[in-house]
Structure formats: C-alpha cells, structure tokens
Design a protein around this ligand. Structure first.
Ligand code: AQP
Length: 325
C-alpha cells in the first residue's frame, strides 16, 4: 500500500480547478492507499487574511473535502497547525534549503510581484510544504500542475538531507492528472483559476449555485474566429472550455472539439456537465455545514493520528542533525 499526502490552503473559496486538479483524485486515491489530507492553514498566513475568516474557512475546507467524498474512516484528515511537527521540521529544512532555489519558485514570483511588503513566510512557504510531505514517509503527492515545481524542491531537499545526515526521508513523487491539471480562469484564460485572485466571473466555485455556474460559463471569454479547436496558445479560452468538458465527462479533448462548430452549444454542454459534477457536492456541503461540531471531532481525531506518525519522523530528522532530544 502506498502512502499518499496532499494539502489545500484555506485561503479562499475552493474552485473547479481545486476539484479537478486535486480533490477528486484524492477521493480516488483514498481506498487503495494510506492517505493523509491536510488543511494547510499555516500556508494561508503568507498572504493577508482576516483571523475570523481564517477560522471559518479552515472548518469550511474540511466541509468541502468531506462533501467531495473523503471518508474520515479511511483517510487521515487534519489541520496542519494542530500537528506542531510541521513547523518544527520546516525549520530543519530551511537550514537545508538555499535562498537561490527559493527565489526561483514561480509561485513566489507571481504572488510577490507588485506587493510593497512581501512576508518572509511567502518566500519560505515551499519549505513548509516540503515538511508537510516528508513527515509522512510519502510515496505519492496528488496535486495540480502548479505544484510541480514545489514537489521538485521537496525531492531535492529530501535527497540533500539524506546525503548530508544519513538516510532519513523517503523521496516522494508528484502524481498530476492527465486532464484537469491546470484549469484556467474563464475571464483570463491565460491565467490559472485561483482562489486568491479577484475574478468573480472567471472562477467557478465548488459551492456556487447552479444558476451562477451556468452564467459564468456562458460569459466565458472565447477567442477571435468561430471555429472550435484545441489550441491552448492560439485559442486559450475555447481550449479551456474543451478541457473542462473532457475533465467533467471523460470524453477526449480531440473528440470534444470535433463535436462542435459553434461556441454556444459548447458552452451549454460545459455548463451542464459542470453543474452535474458539482451539484451533489454542494448539497452534501450544505448538510455538513449544519453540524460543525462533528467536523471538528473528525479533524481532532485526524490530528491525533497524524501526530503519532509526524513525531517519529521529526525525531529521526532532529537526531540525524545532531539535536539532543
Ligand atoms: N487552476 C487549477 N487547476 C488545477 N489544479 C489546481 N489547483 C489549484 N489551482 C488549480 C490544485 O489544487 C490543490 C490545492 O491548491 P491550494 O489551494 O492549496 O493552493 P494553490 O495551488 O496555490 O491554489 P489556488 O487556488 O491558486 O490558491 P491560492 O490562490 O490561495 O494560492 C493543489 O493540488 C493545486 O495544484
């Protein structure tokens, strides 16, 4: 049985990209693997966030993860800050990483550009992510394409640490889905759909009501011309719609492109497919929101299980580095 870990930041409302790129693959992975899924609240502190919002969003993240189909009897679902070894191992790994390699992270460049005062945590956040993963002796990390570079860094840090201090960490690999790995913003199809970027019409939220989903897809930016082709560089808007249809229905992208000779019917089918995909999740989430006490209980049990594993790995790494425990 492989060990699987992945996490999500409670930094905003979850969207179709999070669902197709990550969550639904977590649901698939949960039955055949030893799976850990984490609401990475410490990562959300790297950007401006209201404390009351963070508290609410952390519980709501768990609500969405349960609603998409994670089974708390099968997976370990927990909140990162409730397992202190994440921060403790991050420090050991910060003393393994270099400024140069962190400065090359494209997410850091994107999120810090134009900001007058960039938090140090935004710079070191990929190291905390490495700690999240390495604590659980993970084989596979199911993530969207945007996390590919951070996974490479995690592997580099694990290998460097092992070479320097002796075999300590398992070196994980990313598993990135073939379709849905990079869902683009419906209004700005050259940018990925993202929860911390203000694009109300461009972002389909997992908990949007069906009318909103239809409205957003109908108003999606298409491209000059009228032909339906999959050409991400030349026709990013239409290509994104085709990829959404493929990821939501299982049809191939090329086959989907052959089916349409106008944008209107394509948009209608994408809207129907996305509504069909997300409506059951929305219904379950609304039910779960009415019993947050149960959600907190699930997270507490998950943190206890995660902590048992995390403290063993942390002790191994600290001892290897020469700390007296
Ligand atoms: N647009 C996307 N397409 C496919 N997958 C995506 N993911 C995120 N955006 C897309 C995947 O969702 C998982 C959880 O990501 P996250 O929320 O922890 O952080 P992120 O990657 O930084 O996502 P966002 O939405 O852009 O959040 P903010 O704006 O807060 O940074 C990851 O597996 C990610 O790959």
């Amino acid at each position: 049985m492989a060990t699987v870990f992945s996490g999500v930041q409670p930094s905003g409302d979850f969207h179709l990209g999070n669902y197709l790129g990550a969550f639904r693959n977590w649901v698939t992975a949960q039955h055949d693997n030893d799976a850990y899924f984490c609401v990475v609240d410490l990562h959300a502190l790297t950007l401006e966030i209201d404390p009351a919002d963070l508290r609410r969003r952390t519980l709501d993240a768990a609500v969405v993860l349960l609603a998409v189909g994670l089974d708390p009897e099968v997976v370990t679902l927990f909140v990162q800050s409730q397992v202190p070894e994440h921060s403790r191992l991050a420090w050991l790994l910060e003393c393994t990483a270099t400024m140069g390699e962190l400065g090359r992270m494209t997410q850091f460049k994107e999120k810090s550009t134009g900001s007058e005062s960039v938090r140090a945590g935004l710079f070191t956040y990929p190291v905390l992510m490495a700690a999240d993963i390495l604590l659980y002796d993970v084989d596979e990390v199911p993530v969207g394409d945007d996390q590919r570079q951070h996974l490479e860094l995690t592997r580099d840090l694990a290998i460097r640490f092992n070479n320097r201090y002796g075999e300590t960490f398992k070196v994980p690999r990313a598993t990135i889905p073939k379709v849905g790995a990079r869902v683009m913003d419906l209004q700005h199809p050259e940018a990925k759909m993202s929860k911390s970027v203000e694009s109300p019409l461009g972002t389909v939220r997992i908990l949007d009501d069906p009318d909103d989903i239809v409205r957003k897809v109908r108003r999606a930016v298409t491209d000059a011309g009228t032909t339906v082709e999959h050409d991400p560089a030349g026709k990013p808007g239409v290509s994104n719609l085709l990829e959404l249809l493929a990821a939501s229905t299982g049809v191939g992208v090329a086959e989907a492109a052959d089916r349409y000779d106008a944008y209107g019917p394509l948009k209608q089918d994408v809207a129907d497919a996305v509504v069909a995909l997300l409506s059951p999740v929305r219904e379950r989430a609304l039910e779960l929101r009415s019993d947050l006490g149960e959600v907190e209980r699930i997270l507490g049990a998950g943190a206890t299980r995660a902590h048992e594993v995390a403290q063993r790995t942390y002790a191994r790494a600290a001892t290897a580095m020469g700390l007296v425990l």
